[in-house]
Ligand binder design. Structure first.
Ligand code: UD1
Ligand code: CA
Length: 471
């Protein structure tokens, strides 16, 4: 075998998360719409740790699927039975034997930031320790392993194994460690499970290290919150709020303007350029990107949207998996979804739904319309109430409308259908056949006026009423 080299990180995520009271594996519970597991992986990546593995067990299939889709470089390692954190590290032995320095951390500590990982790695390499781990102080240490310091020797005692004196210690183990793998591989298989939970505890390797004269150092981290673990829904909600505040602060410092940060929600993977303006009650999720000068109106929800510069969402807009071009205007009350693209200067207005459609430059869909599977050219105007009848009950069919067209109000476009450049449709038409360039399509019953009909009807009903009141 070649010499172990470099730094790797092993994330422990096989546990059940009993206290979440949910069939969803704990590390897939969301913080700002992204699974818990995303956060430590992102912190490691930002700290420059590129080799990563995740120990999976409970809900292994779902967790592995998430990893494959979002972190293809991360290696999932199966721990079939969950016999404790030490057992999880044993299960991944084949993987970590190839690295020289191993970070071990729990998958349920989402507030961990890259600075903490960097500080831990720096301390480890400068000190010549065989193991360095992070601790913090907390007013109520319930549930955490307590750090029992005794000169050069230091051990962790778990809540369930601790004496009353030990329980009073409020310096606790974060579960985040760095090991020299040369030392770790000597001791990891010597763990025993004679404890209250009958588990193989990873922290039990620490005394084995120091008994052999290897240096172990607890690194006390002042910003305790960074290391908090998530075990129940209350802690999940608290971490959600903390993460949200951190993200908002970062954007505000970068020149993004928010009228009301208290009601603004922004996910961790959202990119905002300076000088974006965000009104109250806005949610921005997924891999959304918003460019300079764009305005996001109140009550809008964006998910995987690309909003170009100076675009404007007026209010109550939902934009999902879609792109809004430079200077385009949307809403109020518009829904733009499923790979739609509104080109520069275009407009989708009041009560308009656009699905999987392309609206060309400077074209307008101002009111009460549905554009589904449509491709619309430039400078075309779509009258109020126009609908693409794209679904025939089994298939979705396309509509094509050229440049400089004028679609009269309340036109039904029965797809598949093509309307060529510079054509008109008469209001209220049901278009079932292609319209040639420059033509007017009229497809509705011709109007007939019946002279005097309304007046005669009124006279009849007046007489009837008089008859009733006399009898
Ligand atoms: C652990 C530490 C404790 C520390 C705390 C910090 C042990 C024995 N105790 O306790 O000292 O204060 O973290 O949050 O390590 N896991 C596996 N396989 C298993 C068991 C657990 O992958 O067989 C994973 C879990 O999914 C979790 C992590 O390891 O992400 C920690 O396990 P958990 O049961 O939450 O340990 P704690 O009781 O919190
Ligand atoms: Ca935990």
């Amino acid at each position: 075998m070649s010499k172990p080299e470099g730094t790797g990180a092993l994330v422990l995520a096989a546990g059940k998360g009993t206290r979440m009271k949910s069939p969803v594996p704990k590390v897939l519970h969301p913080i700002l719409e992204e699974p818990l597991l995303r956060y430590p992986l992102a912190a490691l990546a930002e700290a420059g740790v590129s080799r990563k593995a995740v120990v999976v067990g409970h809900g292994a299939e779902e967790v592995t699927r998430y990893l494959r889709q979002n972190w293809p470089e991360v290696v999932p390692v199966l721990q079939e039975q969950q016999k404790g954190t030490g057992h999880a590290v044993q299960a991944a032995g084949e993987w970590w034997k190839a690295v020289e320095t191993l970070v071990v951390l729990p998958g349920d500590a989402p507030l961990l930031n890259p600075e903490a990982v960097e500080a831990l790695l720096k301390r480890h390499s400068e000190s010549g320790n065989a193991a360095t781990f992070m601790t913090f102080r907390i007013e109520n240490p319930f549930g955490y392993g307590r750090v029992i310091r005794n000169g050069a020797h230091c051990r962790i005692v778990e809540e369930k194994d601790a004496s009353p004196d030990e329980l009073r210690v409020n310096e606790v183990n974060s579960g985040i460690y760095v090991f020299s793998t040369a030392a770790l591989s000597r001791f990891i298989d010597r763990l025993e499970n004679r404890n209250a939970q009958g588990e193989f505890y990873l922290p039990d390797v620490l005394p084995l290290f120091s008994e052999s004269g290897l240096r172990v150092e607890p690194l006390l981290w002042e910003k305790a919150k960074d290391l908090f673990g998530i075990n129940d829904p209350l802690q999940l909600a608290e971490a959600n709020r903390e993460m949200r505040d951190r993200i908002l602060r970062k954007h505000l410092q970068n020149g993004i303007k928010m009228m009301d940060p208290q009601t603004t929600w922004i996910g961790p993977d959202v990119l905002l350029q300076p000088d974006v303006w965000i009104e109250p009650d806005v949610q921005i999720w997924g891999k959304t990107e918003i460019q300079s000068g764009a305005v996001i109106g109140s009550h809008s929800i964006l998910r995987n949207a690309l909003i170009h510069e100076k675009a404007r969402l007026v209010a109550f807009c939902c934009v999902t998996d879609s792109e809004i071009g430079p200077g385009a205007k949307v809403g109020p009350f518009a829904c733009i979804r499923d790979d739609s693209f509104l080109a520069g200067g275009s407009y989708a207005g009041k009560f308009v739904e656009v699905k999987n459609s392309f609206i060309g430059e400077n074209s307008k869909v101002p009111h009460l319309s549905y554009m589904g599977d449509a491709k619309i050219g430039k400078r075309t105007n779509i009258g109020a109430g126009t609908i693409t009848c794209n679904y025939d009950g089994s298939r979705k069919n396309p509509t094509r409308i050229g440049d400089d067209c004028f679609i009269g109000s309340d036109t039904m476009l029965v797809a598949p259908v093509v309307l060529n450049d510079e054509c008109f449709t008469a209001a209220g038409s049901t278009i079932t056949e292609d319209v040639p360039a420059g033509a007017l399509a009229v497809a509705r019953a011709r109007q007939k006026n019946i002279e005097g009909w309304a007046r005669r009807r009124k006279a009849v009903s007046r007489k009837e009423e008089e008859g009733w009141s006399r009898s």
